[in-house]
Design a protein around this ligand. Structure first.
Ligand code: 16Z
Length: 433
C-alpha cells in the first residue's frame, strides 16, 4: 500500500464488445453509458452477444497504449478483464465467451500486462462479479433453484479470479465492480474466504472496498464502521471536499472525460472535461490523500480516440514539469486557499502550492501551521525564480505574483518551511474583544 499511496495518477481502461456499437444501436444513439447498451430495451442480448464474432482489433498495439500512459505520467493502470456483459479479454477456461472465440483469437490481458510492466506502470485487474452472459448469475436468491444456480456462479467466479491471479502474477491488485446486488451481498462468508484464498495465492494483493459485504449486508464499511479492503472504492466520478471526508483511509477517484461514458462511445454528449479541469481534479485528490484515475475507452480497432490522446499528451506535458508535486504527495495540513491546493511531499519537507485560480490582486495567501515559517519560495519549473513572501500577520503570508509573467496554465510554487525560532511571535498583536 505504501507503493499504491505514492502513485498519484492512474489510468483506467474500459474495453470490450461494447466498443463495437459504441453507444449506437440500429441507427439510434443512446445517451446512457455505452458499456451498458446490452441492457437497453431495444437491444436483444443475443444480438449483443454475437458481437463476439466481430471483435477483431487489427490495430491493437499494447506497447503504444503503454507509451501513451508513460508519457502521461501515470503510475498504475486498471484494465477491464471482464465487464458486466461477461465477455472475457483473456482466454478463460471457464466460459466460451472470451477473446479466444472471437476472430481476434488472442489474449488481450497478457500482452497489456507485459507492455505496462515494461514501462514500470503497475497493473490492477478490473473484474465485474455481475455477469449478464452467465445464466447462473442472479440479482437475488429467492428460490431453491436460484440458490443452486448461484452456487455454481460462485464457483465460476472463484475459478476465474484464481485463473487471473495465476495467469498474471505481476498484477498488483483487483478492482471489483458489479458487487452491489442482493445475491452477492448475501455471500459474506464465501467472499471472505475467497478473499483469504486470493491473498494467500498472491501475497500483497490490493483489493478495494467494493469486493465483499459483511454478514449484515453492509458494504464498503462494516457494521463497526471499519473500512473493508485496502482502500475506499466509493469515490466514483466524485471527489471529497475536505480531509475529514476521507476518515484517514486510502482511496482513489475514478473519473470519466465526458459525463458518464466508460466504454467507447462514438458521440460524447454534454460537457467534456478539459486538461486543466482534469489536472485540478488530480491536484485536489492528491491534496486529500487520494489517487486520481482517468478513464480511457479504446475504439474497436484497438486505437485510442483523438480526444483522449490529446488530453493524455497535455496532462503528460504538465506532469513532465510538475510531477514532483504529485508523486508521493499527501495532505499538507495547511488551510485550503481559494487559489488552489497544498500538497506535502513525503519524500522531502517541501510543500507545493498548485495554483489554478489566480486572484485579481495577484496575491496568494498562505497561512502556515503554528510555529512554521516560510524560508524559501520558488517556481517548480524554475528554482531560480524566487518569490519573497510578505508576512502580513501571524503565520500569514502573501506570495506576490508578477502578473505580466504569470502563465495562464496551472503552475506550482515550492515552499521550503522551517520551525519558527523560540519566542518568535512576529510582533503581531491579537485584538482584544
Ligand atoms: C449507475 O449505475 C452504474 C454506473 C456505472 C452501474 C455500474 C457502472 C459501472 C460502469 O459501467 C463502469 O464500469 C463503472 C466503473 N462501473 C461502476
Amino acid at each position: 500500500m505504501a507503493r499504491w499511496r505514492a502513485y498519484g495518477l492512474g489510468q483506467f481502461i474500459h474495453w470490450g464488445l461494447y466498443s463495437i456499437p459504441a453507444g449506437e444501436w440500429n441507427g439510434k444513439i443512446y445517451n446512457g453509458a455505452a458499456e451498458w447498451i446490452r441492457t437497453w430495451k431495444e437491444v436483444s442480448p443475443q444480438a449483443y452477444d454475437s458481437l463476439i464474432y466481430r471483435f477483431n482489433p487489427a490495430k491493437f498495439n499494447p506497447d503504444s497504449w503503454a507509451a501513451v500512459a508513460k508519457q502521461m505520467g501515470v503510475k498504475y493502470v486498471t484494465i477491464t478483464t471482464k465487464h458486466h456483459d461477461g465477455f472475457c479479454l483473456w482466454p478463460s477456461k471457464f466460459t466460451d465467451f472470451t477473446v479466444a472465440n472471437s476472430p481476434y483469437k488472442k489474449d488481450i490481458i497478457g500482452p497489456l500486462v507485459k507492455a505496462y510492466d515494461k514501462q514500470g506502470i503497475d497493473v490492477i485487474l478490473y473484474f465485474s462479479v455481475m455477469d449478464w452472459h452467465n445464466p447462473d448469475w442472479q440479482y437475488d436468491i429467492k428460490t431453491r433453484d436460484d440458490s443452486i444456480a448461484f452456487n455454481r456462479f460462485k464457483q465460476f467466479t472463484r475459478n476465474q479470479l484464481l485463473e487471473l491471479l495465476t495467469r498474471y502474477p505481476s498484477a498488483k491488485g483487483l478492482w471489483f465492480d458489479g458487487t452491489w446486488d442482493k445475491s452477492w451481498v448475501k455471500q459474506a462468508a464465501f467472499a471472505d474466504s475467497l478473499e483469504t484464498e486470493m491473498r494467500k495465492l498472491h501475497p500483497g494483493l490490493i483489493i478495494g472496498s467494493r469486493f465483499r459485504a459483511d454478514e449484515y449486508g453492509k458494504r464498503h464499511f462494516d457494521s463497526n464502521g471499519n473500512l473493508m479492503g485496502d482502500y475506499e472504492q466509493g469515490w466514483e466520478r466524485k471527489i471529497p471536499e475536505k480531509i475529514t471526508d476521507v476518515h484517514g483511509n486510502d482511496w482513489d477517484c475514478v473519473m470519466t472525460i465526458p459525463e458518464n461514458q466508460w466504454g467507447y462511445a462514438k458521440t460524447w454528449q454534454g460537457h467534456i472535461k478539459t486538461a486543466d479541469e482534469l489536472l485540478e481534479m488530480l491536484a485536489k485528490c492528491v491534496s486529500l490523500d487520494g489517487n486520481f484515475v482517468l478513464n480511457f475507452g479504446p475504439k474497436p480497432d484497438g486505437t485510442l480516440r483523438a480526444e483522449e490522446l490529446s488530453l493524455a499528451k497535455a496532462i503528460g506535458d504538465w506532469m513532465a514539469v510538475n510531477k514532483e508535486a504529485i508523486y508521493s504527495g499527501e495532505y499538507a495540513g495547511f488551510i485550503k486557499q481559494d487559489w488552489g491546493y497544498f500538497i506535502k511531499s513525503t519524500a522531502s519537507n517541501k510543500i507545493y502550492m498548485l495554483v489554478f485560480n489566480i486572484p485579481v490582486s495577484g496575491l496568494l495567501r498562505v497561512v502556515t501551521p503554528s510555529h512554521t515559517v516560510i524560508r524559501k519560495a520558488y517556481g517548480l519549473d524554475n528554482a531560480a525564480s524566487n518569490y519573497t513572501p510578505e508576512e502580513i500577520g501571524a503565520s500569514t503570508y502573501f506570495i506576490h505574483l508578477n502578473q505580466q509573467t504569470t502563465p495562464k496554465k496551472p503552475f506550482v510554487i515550492v515552499l521550503e518551511t522551517g520551525e519558527a525560532a523560540k519566542g518568535q511571535t512576529g510582533g503581531y498583536e491579537k485584538a482584544k474583544t
